[in-house]
Design a protein around this ligand. Structure first.
Ligand SMILES: C[S@@+](CC[C@H](N)C(=O)[O-])C[C@H]1O[C@@H](n2cnc3c(N)ncnc32)[C@H](O)[C@@H]1O
Length: 457
């Protein structure tokens, strides 16, 4: 195929290449993951963990992904990504919510949280403006062996195919994967729409590909290949080479599944694991610039890849953090355009810490939360079950103002919203220090609130 093609998608507001100055990016939080679950007891004696000096590769950018991409291209051109997976909005013109019920005992409360909006003031034109500018930058951050998977559905897949051809070149198109799934649907006017498309483009012909296999069908196993095709054909131990249509991975349908984090549009880990296995290597840097619940990061941790996530939604940040804490993630950093605190009006009162020397060098510190109240609730509401509104909380044992170093994270164990959560902890610290202890509460609306208390051990 010749390289030159003039056919491309045109719309009124299309800008060939957007040039924006780099936005400033700050480190908001460093996370050493040490989850504490309620059933481990209220009074856990813990050593102060030491954050290794190793460079933390794993990053969550909280903000518009354009700013992060523009920053990487201009300020960190040496940073190269082997695999980008994105599952952007599909131009559905809908608002996405997450509905949960909370409450440890009989007083169950129903809560609806906004996850993100998929609405476009100028319709398709503004959607294409958003995707075109970002896809151009994504191409620039890919390594020479890199690939991009763009996960979409019937709403926009046809436009994005043409855009991707323009940006990556039609010769770098690799596959259009049809991900087929089940689940209910009520339409009586058309076939139920039960597949998404994952468009795969490579940065160059040197792209990484590790063949993936599927089990042979029962018929093939029974018959064997040799009988039909002759002596040269034998069944392979790994199975048959995989096609570009997948019917063996379902959506997360069960509301009670462990994997279900109640983030609308959340994708199953198994799907991402297949894509990551196919187009990256252990040690590769893998990115998802529309991260949602952070599925990609959890899978990367399990598969020995480093990761970069970005999302502009506070519920996406909170859900991803929860997922990564629960799964005992490698250390990661949260960075963003502001300091990350965006919860005016929430009230957090800490316990006055109790200190007790345990030996010549150590002091036991009893610390925790006395009261928390979210901005979303009327001040005169029933304040007795305030702890129901806390999703998890974190402790920084030596707060340095400019960055929150999360040393421990306290969360419920199995029932994410429906068990009591521990509200205090006993921690053993070195004696003779003047330090500030900070506690950060994340509530079920994804507000984050910090309160600081100085102590002398
Ligand atoms: C379909 S969801 C992704 C779901 C994800 N694949 C998962 O498994 O949970 C799309 C996400 O893109 C985010 N998003 C949309 N536009 C964005 C932008 N310009 N910058 C950063 N995030 C964005 C939304 O907040 C939303 O969380």
């Amino acid at each position: 195929m010749g390289n030159y093609r003039s056919a491309r998608l045109v719309w009124d507001s299309k800008i060939e290449e957007m040039q924006q100055p780099i936005s400033s990016i700050q480190a908001i939080q460093r996370m050493t993951v040490n989850p504490i679950f309620e059933n481990q007891g209220y009074y856990e004696q813990l050593e102060v963990p030491v954050l290794g000096d190793e460079k933390i590769e794993n990053i969550f950018y909280y903000g518009d992904n354009y700013d992060l991409l523009n920053y990487i291209v201009k300020a960190e051109p040496e940073k190269k990504i082997d695999l980008i997976y994105i599952d952007p909005p599909y131009m559905t013109e809908l608002d996405y919510h997450s509905s949960i019920s909370i409450g440890a005992y009989s007083d169950i409360k129903y809560i609806k949280r906004t996850a993100f909006q998929d609405r476009w003031p100028r319709g398709l034109d503004s959607y294409l403006d958003m995707m075109y500018t970002r896809l151009q930058l994504m191409k620039k951050v890919l390594s020479n062996e890199g690939s991009i998977f763009v996960h979409v559905d019937w709403h926009v897949s046809h436009y994005l195919r043409v855009l991707l051809d323009e940006i990556f070149g039609p010769d770098n198109f690799i596959n259009e994967i049809a991900w087929c799934f089940g689940g209910g649907s009520s339409s009586r006017r058309y076939f139920h729409r039960k597949h998404d498309l994952i468009l795969w483009y490579a940065r160059s012909p040197e792209y990484i590909y590790n063949p993936q296999y599927r089990p042979y069908t029962q018929g093939t196993i029974k018959r064997g290949l040799t009988n039909v095709k002759g002596d040269r054909y034998k069944l392979h131990e790994e199975g048959a080479l995989m096609q570009d249509w997948w019917v063996d991975i379902n959506k997360i349908l069960s509301p009670t599944a462990y994997e279900n984090l109640k983030f609308p549009t959340q994708k199953p880990k198994e799907l991402l694991a297949r894509l990551i296995a196919a187009a990256s290597r252990p040690g590769s840097l893998v990115a998802d610039f529309f991260a949602g619940s952070g599925t990609l990061a959890e899978v990367c941790n399990e598969m020995g890849r480093n990761w970069v996530l970005a999302d502009a939604s506070s519920l996406a940040l909170q859900t991803s953090c929860y997922r990564l804490i629960r799964s005992r993630s490698k250390p990661f950093k949260i960075i963003g355009a502001n300091n990350g605190e965006d919860a005016p009006g929430c009230e957090l009162v800490l316990k006055q810490p109790l200190l007790k020397p345990v030996d010549d060098n150590h002091t036991l510190v009893d610390l925790g939360i006395d009261f928390y109240w979210p901005a979303q609730l009327p001040a005169q509401g029933d304040r007795r079950d305030f702890a129901d509104y806390i999703e998890f909380w974190e402790i920084d044992l030596d707060f340095q103002e400019h960055i929150f170093n999360s040393h421990y994270q306290v969360l419920r164990n199995k029932q994410r919203f429906k068990e009591p959560i521990a509200l205090d902890l006993l921690i053993r610290l070195e004696s003779g220090q003047d330090i500030k202890i900070a506690i950060k509460v994340w509530d079920v609306w994804a507000n984050q609130t910090i309160s600081v208390i100085p102590i002398k051990t």
